[in-house]
Design a protein around this ligand. Structure first.
Ligand SMILES: C[S@@+](CC[C@H](N)C(=O)[O-])C[C@H]1O[C@@H](n2cnc3c(N)ncnc32)[C@H](O)[C@@H]1O
Length: 328
């Protein structure tokens, strides 16, 4: 990534920071894959200037979708030459409707009340990512391209939100994280749906191109399949292949590619030596579950084509091929 416009904020950097924290890494994060998210925000504006529906599946607490939304706002500001706080969010939302879906009821409940838990690494990574993007895209108000433009730290969750979450048995708060309220520009933009991948993919319109975020969920599906509880990644790739109209774009996660899995293993090995005993044990257990599950092969088999090498270079996602796919 050293030659990249988005240098210094690659997946490797993020992962190393997260793992070096003396606690279990959370399963998602704001700008978890900053290079991919920033490049995706630019690609969406370039490939679909008139707009396109976006479906963020397996969204967990919404971090990935919210990261993309903040990056798209910065893009809109730069491309239109308007201050970030004057972007016509209603127009952006009409052109790029963003559906965020997740099967976990507690996650959807929390998001519907506009709260998210963030740690200091995420705050720094988000500020760093938005700062770099605002420079690349020539946002006229780079000083506004920060996390606190979109999120506001709150000392605690309001009591009604706590009561509502308790119904799902969710833990009150992870150690080292703080609560943030998601501000209206983002909350007005997204719509929330609770549901499995299969259900949400079944609702995707087939008569026009769409963008689908399908990140870092393959390992879960693979695990369910091994236990006989899911038809598997092949079946999901077939459903995506049938459902997505020509011209559609599919984004997968770093941990969904063979290269990403190998890098994840390597980074974890390097970090285990510095981890606390409990953390190290958890990481060893996680590592044992890392294996190849060939999502890429299933996608190729079902008509998807990875973004070509030249475009990868143009968008500076050179360190991980096969993250962005098109349906020709
Ligand atoms: C590691 S998180 C990925 C979150 C986000 N996409 C990212 O890349 O950071 C995996 C998410 O997949 C969800 N998930 C697991 N199995 C699923 C299924 N069959 N359908 C939809 N989501 C699923 C989990 O609830 C979890 O929130």
């Amino acid at each position: 990534m050293s030659r990249s416009r988005f240098a210094g904020i690659s997946m490797h950097t993020t992962m190393t920071h997260t793992l070096q924290h003396n606690r279990l890494p959370q399963i998602t994060a704001m700008f978890r894959q900053p290079d991919i998210t920033l490049a995706t925000s630019c690609l969406i504006h370039d490939v679909f200037p008139e707009g396109v529906p976006i479906f963020a599946t397996a969204a967990s607490d919404g971090s990935e979708a919210l990261s993309l939304a903040t990056a798209m706002l910065v893009n809109e500001s730069g491309r239109k030459g308007v201050p970030l706080n004057a972007v016509d969010i209603a127009d952006l939302g009409r052109r790029y409707p963003l559906e965020v879906s997740e099967p976990d009821a507690g996650r959807i409940d929390l998001l519907s009340q506009h709260y998210i838990e963030l740690d200091d690494v995420e705050v720094k990574t988000t500020n760093n990512a938005l700062r770099i993007l605002s420079r690349v895209i020539r946002c006229p108000t780079p000083a506004l391209a920060t996390l606190d433009q979109f999120f506001e730290a709150v000392p605690t969750l309001p009591d009604p939100v706590k009561t509502s979450l308790a119904r799902h048995g969710d833990p009150p708060q992870q150690e080292g994280f703080e609560w943030y309220r998601i501000k209206p520009p983002l909350t007005d933009w997204i719509t929330l749906k609770q549901g499995s991948l299969e259900d949400r993919i079944a609702d995707i319109p087939t008569d026009r191109p769409v963008v689908v975020l399908f990140s870092n969920v393959a390992r879960y599906v693979h695990e369910l399949h091994r236990r006989g509880e899911h038809p598997g990644l092949g079946a999901l790739a077939r459903q995506l292949g049938h459902r997505l109209a020509p011209g559609s774009m599919l984004i997968i996660g770093h941990q969904d590619t063979v290269q990403g899995i190998e890098e994840g293993k390597q980074t974890a090995h390097e970090t285990i030596a510095q981890a606390s005993p409990l953390h190290a044990l958890q990481m060893v257990l996680n590592l044992a579950r890392f294996e190849h599950f060939y999502l890429e092969r299933h996608l190729i088999h079902n008509g998807f084509v990875p973004l070509d090498a030249q475009s990868l270079r143009d968008y500076d996602i050179t360190d991980t091929p096969n993250q962005v796919w098109f349906k020709p």
